[in-house]
Design a protein around this ligand. Structure first.
Ligand SMILES: NC(=O)c1ccc[n+]([C@@H]2O[C@H](COP(=O)([O-])OP(=O)(O)OC[C@H]3O[C@@H](n4cnc5c(N)ncnc54)[C@H](OP(=O)(O)O)[C@@H]3O)[C@@H](O)[C@H]2O)c1
Length: 305
């Protein structure tokens, strides 16, 4: 399949890229850095030099593909606005391609944080109650889902939990902090996090993108329902010297990190029956049960840097 991928150099997008290449898909990737573009082209990817905020740099390349997978996100104040523009441009490209009688799919990356604090187990049909950091996301999800209603176009929204593995992300930061001797936890740390292993998440992207039934919302998490303190304790046990754990009051965390603090303090029990109905079965079942492996991955990433 010819697939247009944004964010191929990022945490989520790079594991999606690995999975797409393993599946022998023909990948065109939007990349903003010429050196990174060069590295991707050595792996058989067709890089398009451009930027999400410059639609002319990528709209045509996206239109030429049978599927568009959007994982890029600019972490800046204009992030939501750029994402909205990119959604419009990429959907426009997909609709034009589909109107020529082609099967086209569009896969959008959202976030389990749109669910807010969950009550009971939140499956894909649960109402969204986004935490402040992602309060703009549900509108983008709706635009994507609406574009798929009644058209040839298949549209899907993937909501990953906190991604772990590959020595990157929030859990890798905790491993690093533990090795440095101090782990900070917001509040008591009795809140549950929804988490997903990066390669398992990538497998879901491939299934959703390539399956003729892949449309609608998909939750991606390992369903271990781990509390933050379960994760901290497991990580601490693996550290050479047991780290100190500092419980930071939410007000103090908010003053330092802004709305990101509230996202980390969310209590989430998330289920993904629609993802599992596609045959998706995560290979890693929890952070706690995978700490030694995650530490290995963290060390190899550091060694390679
Ligand atoms: N990581 C998680 O735990 C997690 C969990 C749930 C949802 N998500 C969502 O997944 C998405 C990706 O997150 P991530 O963790 O993979 O982030 P990331 O590692 O920061 O990657 C972001 C990617 O977007 C690209 N990018 C940023 N601004 C761009 C622009 N203006 N034009 C073109 N490309 C641009 C980056 O390219 P460069 O290499 O040039 O910087 C990079 O490839 C986000 O929407 C995030 O909210 C992530």
């Amino acid at each position: 399949m010819r697939i247009f991928l944004t964010g191929a150099t990022g945490y989520v997008g790079s594991t999606v890229l690995d999975a797409l290449l393993r599946g022998s898909h023909d990948v065109t990737a939007l990349v903003r850095d010429p050196e990174k573009a060069e590295r991707l082209s050595l792996r058989g990817v067709h890089p398009i030099l451009g930027d999400l905020s410059a639609p002319a740099s990528y709209a045509e390349a996206a239109e030429a593909c049978d599927a568009i997978v959007h994982t890029a996100y600019e972490s800046s104040k204009r992030g939501p606005q750029i994402d909205r523009q990119a959604v419009d441009v990429l959907l426009g490209a997909a609709i034009r391609h589909a109107s020529r009688g082609q099967d086209v799919s569009f896969v959008y990356t959202s976030d389990a944080w749109v669910l807010g604090n969950t009550t009971g187990k939140a499956a894909e049909d649960a109402p969204v109650r986004p935490t402040g950091l992602v309060d703009w996301r549900p509108e983008h999800e709706e635009i994507v889902l609406n574009a798929g209603r009644g058209r040839m176009l298949r549209t899907a929204v993937i909501r990953p939990g906190i991604v772990y593995g590959g020595g990157r992300g929030i859990i890798a930061d905790m491993l690093k902090n533990a090795a440095d001797g101090l782990v900070r936890v917001i509040g008591e740390g009795l809140n549950h996090w929804a988490c997903v292993y990066d390669r398992d998440l990538a497998d879901l992207y491939v299934r959703v993108t390539t399956s003729p039934d892949g449309s609608g919302v998909y939750h991606a998490n390992d369903e271990a329902d781990e509390r933050v303190m379960d994760i901290v304790e497991a990580i601490s046990r693996q550290a050479k010297v047991e780290p100190d754990v500092r419980h930071v009051p939410i007000e103090e965390a908010r003053a330092k990190m802004g709305p990101y603090a509230d996202a980390l303090a969310l209590n989430q029990i998330v289920r993904g029956p629609r993802a599992r109905a596609l045959g998706w079965a995560p290979t890693l079942h929890s952070v706690v049960g995978s700490v030694s492996r995650l530490l290995e991955e963290f060390r190899s990433k550091r060694a390679a840097a």
